[in-house]
Every structure is written in structure tokens, then in C-alpha cells.
Design a protein around this ligand. Structure first.
Ligand SMILES: C[S@@+](CC[C@H](N)C(=O)[O-])C[C@H]1O[C@@H](n2cnc3c(N)ncnc32)[C@H](O)[C@@H]1O
Length: 254
């Protein structure tokens, strides 16, 4: 495995080497403190962060500061999932689909109506509609739905072959991930799989400004097992130029 992704010592060293980033970080700290004071829970807080970031730049809001990077990050997710089992006939749920950085490729590839994207941010979903228009994908009739939690109460039993969440749990406290694991099995087919990325630490688990959360692999594996899943750390994803790690969970045989 690669070395620990982040630590307080690493962050301090990073700040020392990148003094030009200290002022933007302090600005973000002020903004996030304001949002935290005005919102009742994590999802409402993060929705406010997304509203602010999307107003500035939708691509930046999902973590890509240039169009080239946005395309490359989408392509990386897409190619990996196709190499690891995604077929055009699969029914796919993308949790935290953002403005369809990878979603536009999934939608193009999957059969009409087989892509279902959800997100807590209505603002980024409107940007997702712009992406559909720009890529001429309206006739693939994807679903794009805002959600307030990860209980999936409005979705049918045993419906999806594939569930995908890229760079979502890296912004989620553990109780949000637990809510997802507690409910996602119901909407997955028996042989479905769920791939998600996370910010991995091999040291102490921590968060930065309640925007970025760092977990140990064994924490997420144990949480998945608690809800009847088998979890696999995707070693070959580590070879790709991406700072997060990936786990695949499947329903354990009963
Ligand atoms: C860094 S962006 C990544 C977007 C997309 N997965 C991609 O790779 O381009 C994270 C997205 O997850 C959404 N999100 C964060 N927490 C969520 C939650 N608990 N449920 C659903 N969406 C969430 C955010 O609104 C945002 O659109």
C-alpha cells in the first residue's frame, strides 16, 4: 500500500512549503465556520459549501480546476469501472454524481434510462443538466435527483447492478457513511457491487474543516461487514494518479 495519505505533520509541512496557500485556507476556514453556524447538520452544511463553490465554478466544485482535469478525472473513473465489470446493460446508481464528471461517460455508455444520479446539492444537479446539454445526452434519459439523506427510501428493492461513489465519503462523517451502508443493500441486486473512494490514513483518523475526512481502511471494512457486506481494497486503483483509495463492497453470501 502507498504511504499514509494525510496527517497533521504532513499538513504542517505542506503549509510550510506552500505559504501562498495559507491565506486561501484561512478564507475557507472563515466561510466554513459561518456555514456551520447557520446549518443544522452535516448534509445541510455541505450543501451550503456546494452552493457557494458551484456559483464560482461547477468544475472546481467537484474538485477539478481545469476542463482538462475534469475530463481526465471522469475518464479515469469510467475506464476503471468498465475494466472492472460495468456493462451497457447494467443499472447504475451514482451517489454524489456532481456535475457528471464521470457521469456523462456512464450515461453515454449505458442503455437508455439505466443511469440514476443522486446528490445533496440542487445547484450541482443544475450544472449536471448543463453537462447533459453540452454532451448531447438528453436522449439517454438519465435520472438526476436531489436527496436529503442516504436512506434511498424512494428507490425500489433489488434494482441496481452497480453503485458508485467517487470522492463522496472523503467529504462525509462516519454516520453518513453508516447510513448509506445500512440502506444501500436493499436497493442492490444480489450480485451487485458498490465501489467508493475515500481519503485514506494509516495514522489517526481526522477531518479538515468538516469538508475533508480521513479514514483507516479497516474502519470502513468493519463498517461494511457490520451491514452484511464483504469489502475488498482495490489495490490496482492505487497505481492510478489519484490521491484517494478505493474499496469495493458486495453482499456477503447468506
Ligand atoms: C467532490 S464531488 C465529486 C462528484 C462526482 N462524484 C465526481 O467524481 O465528479 C462530491 C459530490 O458529492 C456530493 N455529496 C456530498 N455528500 C453527499 C451525500 N451525503 N449524499 C449525496 N451526495 C453527496 C456533493 O454535493 C458533490 O456533488
Amino acid at each position: 500500500m502507498k504511504r499514509t495519505r494525510s496527517s497533521v505533520v504532513h499538513q504542517a509541512a505542506y503549509a510550510f512549503k506552500n505559504p501562498h496557500k495559507i491565506v486561501p485556507h484561512l478564507r475557507r476556514l472563515a466561510r466554513d465556520t459561518w456555514f456551520r453556524l447557520r446549518t443544522r447538520d452535516h448534509v445541510a452544511y455541505y450543501r451550503a459549501v456546494m452552493k457557494s463553490d458551484t456559483a464560482r465554478d461547477p468544475k472546481g466544485a467537484v474538485g477539478s480546476h481545469t476542463h482538462k482535469r475534469w475530463l481526465a478525472l471522469g475518464r479515469m473513473q469510467f475506464d476503471y469501472l468498465v475494466e472492472h465489470g460495468l456493462k451497457p446493460e447494467c443499472r447504475m446508481l451514482e451517489i454524489g454524481c456532481g456535475n457528471l464528471r464521470a457521469g456523462h461517460l456512464f450515461i453515454d455508455y449505458l442503455h437508455t434510462g439505466n443511469y440514476y444520479g443522486i446528490d445533496i446539492s440542487p445547484d450541482i444537479l443544475m450544472a449536471a443538466q448543463d453537462t447533459l446539454v453540452q454532451h448531447g445526452l438528453g436522449d439517454k434519459l438519465p435520472y438526476l435527483t436531489p436527496v436529503r439523506d442516504l436512506r434511498f427510501a424512494f428507490l425500489p428493492d433489488g434494482h441496481f447492478d452497480v453503485v458508485h461513489a467517487h470522492s463522496v465519503f472523503s467529504h462525509s462523517p462516519l454516520h453518513v457513511i453508516e447510513e448509506c451502508f445500512a440502506h444501500v443493500g436493499r436497493i442492490m441486486k444480489p450480485n451487485a457491487w458498490f465501489d467508493f473512494t475515500f481519503d485514506r490514513t494509516e495514522g489517526k483518523e481526522h477531518q479538515v474543516l468538516r469538508e475533508d475526512f480521513y479514514y483507516r481502511t479497516e474502519t470502513l471494512v468493519a463498517l461494511a461487514e457490520k451491514y452484511g457486506f464483504t469489502a475488498t481494497f482495490m489495490e490496482d486503483w492505487e497505481r492510478l494518479p489519484h490521491k484517494q483509495s478505493k474499496i469495493r463492497i458486495t453482499k456477503s453470501a447468506t
